[in-house]
Design a binder for this molecule. Structure first.
Ligand code: G3P
Ligand code: CA
Length: 283
């Protein structure tokens, strides 16, 4: 009898150990306890030019759990990391991203518009980004205007596979878009990688039927912060999804979003989110 009890106890301790190991298997979980996912929006873009290595490195130095970035495609078919459809705002060049080759894009100065000290920053290719950061930080990848780039879902999946990011712990890589069809398509191609649907502000909020539909292929619903309230968070959670709204760029918003139970948030100032977690840890 005692032998039986001992065996049951030993088996339970063993299984608990496995579960614990699974729960903490991501090298990139943040902080000491379950806390908000801290996502650096286009890198720590409050401190360095968005979507450049300078802003991603800064985010990592700040200990953000994730870097968020946008991908599009160059004229010669390479995936590149840039937000706007044109290079005008964030470089010294002009014209659409899709009208330039990777070489032409990378000849541009992608940092001086922010500050002279960043004049050496370039537009990274998606591959360069993965080369530098895969395995070092979690990734929130936005497919920007994917309808303009047919096949971008397959190309993204292929690249993730090349860097073994298709078999990471859950949510270590999340692929998101405002384009639901594209998210659905990506999920079909690579179901092992988490997906998210971004939702722009709209006065009437997100109808329940739409959330239910999204839950069939997405793990996250990531609305504009203006849409967020406690009821929406609960609705999303009830459907088995998580939510990381964008973009919480002041401490008041960060604090409000935490109070309504979001799973994390996207910010140009990841330190604001981390400050909050640290405060909580001190209690
Ligand atoms: O990740 C959310 C956020 O990036 C979506 O908006 O315009 O900054 O790409 P945008
Ligand atoms: Ca984005």
């Amino acid at each position: 009898m005692y032998r039986y009890i001992f065996l049951v106890l030993a088996a339970s301790v063993f299984l608990w150990g496995i579960n614990e190991a699974r729960g903490t298997s991501s090298k990139y979980t943040q902080g000491e306890e379950k806390e908000l996912l801290t996502i650096a929006h286009r890198g720590a873009s409050g401190y360095a030019p968005e979507n450049t290595f300078a802003s991603f490195d800064k985010a990592i130095r700040m200990k953000a759990g994730y870097i968020e970035f946008d991908i599009q495609r160059s004229r010669d078919g390479k995936l590149v990391v840039i937000h706007d459809p044109s290079v005008d705002r964030t470089t010294n060049g002009r014209g659409p991203v899709s009208g330039k080759s990777l070489k032409e894009l990378q000849e541009l100065d992608a940092g001086s518009w922010f500050s002279e000290e960043f004049s050496n920053e370039k537009i990274p290719s998606f591959e360069e980004l993965l080369n530098r950061y895969a395995g070092k930080v979690n990734l929130l990848i936005e497919l920007k205007n994917p309808a303009v780039y047919p096949g971008i879902e397959e190309e993204t999946a292929d690249m993730l596979k090349k860097y073994h990011l298709d078999r990471q712990p859950k949510d270590a890589v999340i692929v998101q878009s405002f384009d639901k069809r594209s998210v659905k398509n990506f999920h079909k191609i690579m179901p092992s990688v988490s997906t998210g649907v971004l939702v722009k502000f709209r006065p009437l909020g997100i109808p329940g039927w739409q959330l239910k539909e999204i839950a069939r292929y997405a793990d996250f619903v990531n609305p504009n912060k203006g849409l967020m309230n406690e009821q929406l968070v609960k609705q999303i959670h009830r459907l088995g999804m998580k939510t990381i709204p964008y973009t919480a760029n002041d401490r008041e918003t960060v604090s409000y979003l935490q109070s309504i139970g979001v799973d994390g948030m996207i910010s140009n100032y990841p330190d604001y989110i981390l400050e909050l977690s640290n405060k909580r840890n001190e209690k």
